[in-house]
Design a protein. Structure first.
Length: 138
């Protein structure tokens, strides 16, 4: 190229400049395509992030509801335990009262049996209104 004329140099420079311009345009097109793919991937990531955020919020809300339900269940269990204790206490009292009633009934039955025995003996001995073996004149 040393011995070439300025027109050839100019032609060579224009050719190189044209190739460089084509490479730059190709690079620009590639860069633009990459930016487009990155933007699409970013938009997709944003949608997934939004969906994950919604899922996390729903999960947190569910955990809060579960905590509330567990608190209510714990309170119900405490109330049930209290009620069971009250029922057990009432049952103990009822058993004591039943034992007392049974003792009184047994005592009454025993006294009744004694009375019946005395009455049967009185009748069997012939003292059912007779005096000295004779009927009363009243």
């Amino acid at each position: 190229m040393n011995g070439q004329q300025p027109e050839q140099w100019m032609s060579f420079i224009l050719e190189q400049q044209s190739k460089l311009m084509a490479q730059m345009m190709q690079s620009e097109a590639n860069f633009s395509a990459q930016i487009t793919r990155i933007n699409e991937a970013h938009a997709k990531a944003e949608r997934r992030t939004s969906e994950l955020e919604s899922a996390i919020v729903a999960g947190v809300n569910l955990v809060n509801k579960l905590n509330t339900s567990l608190d209510e269940l714990a309170k119900s269990l405490r109330d049930l335990a209290k009620a069971q204790a009250e029922v057990a206490e009432a049952q103990k009292k009822a058993e004591v009262e039943m034992a007392e009633q049974r003792a009184r009934l047994d005592e009454t039955n025993e006294r009744q049996d004694i009375f019946i025995n005395v009455l049967e003996r009185y009748i069997s001995e012939g003292r059912n209104g007779k005096r000295n073996g004779k009927a009363s004149d009243n």
